[in-house]
Design a binder for this molecule. Structure first.
Ligand code: CIR
Length: 258
């Protein structure tokens, strides 16, 4: 059960967020704000208490709070983003994390290690971590060291194309994984029931299980139908403006209290 979530309202500099798809054009800021409010309401409707942090204009990507930390049941790890323009976002997430965790259980990834929360996928006590352009071996090693005393396992997963692990793979519950693209057939995920995502709906691999319901980006009918067929209530949430700068549903929040 997720009890808390932390989100950050995007600033108007969102239009300059990092993107691998400039052809989609910059996000419409007003629409992005409307979509952000709807995202918060969707989380609240599932019993999550949402802390809303103010915009940080100097960090265009700072609404993607997921990348700045990883939250466990009784520990938190402040990340060290691999994207240079995002490194200092972590200092700004710390106060919100301190509201939820005692200092002794707040840990840090430090350079030369890099790790972004979008690369970390939790399955019970196991944390799969994408080795991506944003998360390096040293970051994964530090994460492993930090989690060992808490009895959590870390499994590195090599990525080639995806921005983050959770761009391509997301855990629902009951041993089920949504998988798109490169990681779909990988040995890393043997033993899971895989729900394959057609290439034209790959963006919706980043759907978000929250308290037995699933937030699905609006406009991906195959993924929505597949998730409904498994018995999950589905909440479509429009993230069109965040997609333009490579952001999805999971990136927009940090969830705590599983
Ligand atoms: C970035 O490139 O860092 C942002 N434009 C998108 C971050 C997406 N975050 C995520 O998937 N966890």
């Amino acid at each position: 059960m997720f009890k808390h979530a932390i989100v950050r309202t995007p600033g108007s500099t969102l239009t300059r967020g990092i993107t691998s798809q400039p052809e989609l054009g910059p996000p419409d800021y007003q629409l992005a704000l409307t979509q952000h409010s709807a995202y918060i309401r969707a989380l609240e409707s599932l019993g999550v208490k949402v802390s809303v942090l103010p915009p940080l204009e100097e960090y265009p990507d700072s609404c993607f709070v997921e990348d700045t930390a990883v939250l466990g049941e009784n520990w938190a790890v402040i990340s060290c983003p691999g994207a240079p323009s995002r490194k200092d976002e972590t200092a700004h997430i710390l106060p919100a994390i301190r509201e939820l965790y005692p200092e002794v259980h707040i840990h840090r990834i430090t350079g030369p290690g890099t790790l972004e929360g979008g690369d970390v996928m939790q399955v019970e006590d196991t944390f799969y971590v994408g080795r991506s352009a944003r998360t390096n071996d040293e970051g994964i090693r530090q994460f492993q060291e930090i989690l060992r005393p808490y009895g959590c396992r870390v499994v590195p997963v090599k990525l080639h194309d995806a921005l983050h692990l959770k761009t391509a793979v997301n855990y629902l519950s009951h041993g089920r994984l949504l998988v798109a693209g490169e990681t779909g057939g990988g040995a890393d995920f043997a033993g899971f029931e895989k729900i394959p995502i057609p290439p034209e709906e790959a963006y919706a691999a980043n759907s978000l299980w929250v308290n037995d319901s699933v937030l699905v980006p609006a406009g991906f009918p195959c993924v929505e139908a597949a998730i409904r067929a498994l018995g999950y209530p589905v909440l479509p949430v429009d993230t069109s403006e965040y997609r333009k700068i490579d952001g999805g549903l999971s990136c927009l929040s940090l969830r705590a209290g599983r």
